[in-house]
Design a protein around this ligand. Sequence first.
Ligand SMILES: Nc1ncnc2c1ncn2[C@@H]1O[C@H](COP(=O)(O)OP(=O)(O)O)[C@@H](O)[C@H]1O
Ligand SMILES: [Mg+2]
Length: 288
Amino acid sequence: MASRQHLSNIIPVIEVALKDANMNIRDVYATAFTPGPGLLGSLIVGVSMAKALALSLDIPLIEVHHMHAHVLAHFAEAPRPEFPFICLTVSGGHTQIVLVKSYYDMEILGSTIDDAAGEAFDKTGKMLGLDYPAGPIIDKLAQKGVPKFKFPEPQVGPLDFSFSGLKTSILYFLQKEMAKNPHFINENLNDICSSVQNTIIHILIGKLIKASEMTGIKNIGIAGGVSANSQLRQTLTEVGKKHNWHTFIPSFAYCTDNAGMIGVAGYYKYLRGEFTDQNVSPLARMDF
Ligand SMILES: Nc1ncnc2c1ncn2[C@@H]1O[C@H](COP(=O)(O)OP(=O)(O)O)[C@@H](O)[C@H]1O
Ligand SMILES: [Mg+2]
């Protein structure tokens, strides 16, 4: 289904983008795309489109790693971070603490050993009967609730994450409460959302504090779909002030998957003349 949606939307999207930018397709001097990691069906559409554009317009083809692009979304607009900086990339498929030394010199300092932070939001949403993706819905409902339910935080390596235990403890908690009161979820939805979100954000921010302490780096950014979360954005700003950090929070448009970040990341490769050829193919999984 996702693949078919991509297929029917990709040409209209390109047309609108060109119109908004007041450009003709002939003005395009390079085409950047991501081969992955991600959902293969959707990637196939993007990769094929980028190849077709490169071939028909006779312009360079530039390959961008999806997770590098989330980090480089910070360079879409000012204020742009100074190197080195620490980036917490949190999305539906990834949770990483990245040491960014330059545009293309990045190192993963920690990552999730099981579920991603976005998955914790989405799977909680499923248990609560919310639509997918549940992250933005939980964010909204949480604003009307209080974090009165407590969930255990995982014990893993200092910069690693684990969210599957949290998922299980939320499930058991809901089962136990629903057995006592079948209306528990409906009657407490805002507070449940607030409690789950609060736990996830507390874990994420705790790891950022640790990463800053371990590296001595005070330039701190967030990226990826979950970085659109209002509590994460607000908490990072507050904690940053307390620790004298320079914090970098991308505009909403550059948090969840977007073509802008692929373009920005592609631009820095264009400057270096790093192009790829027509043999490139999409990959669901890729090394960082
Ligand atoms: N406001 C929000 N609060 C929490 N999670 C969010 C919010 N907005 C989006 N998300 C989560 O971000 C994830 C999507 O991240 P994104 O980078 O766009 O996609 P992908 O994981 O496919 O690369 C989903 O899990 C979604 O629930
Ligand atoms: Mg993404």
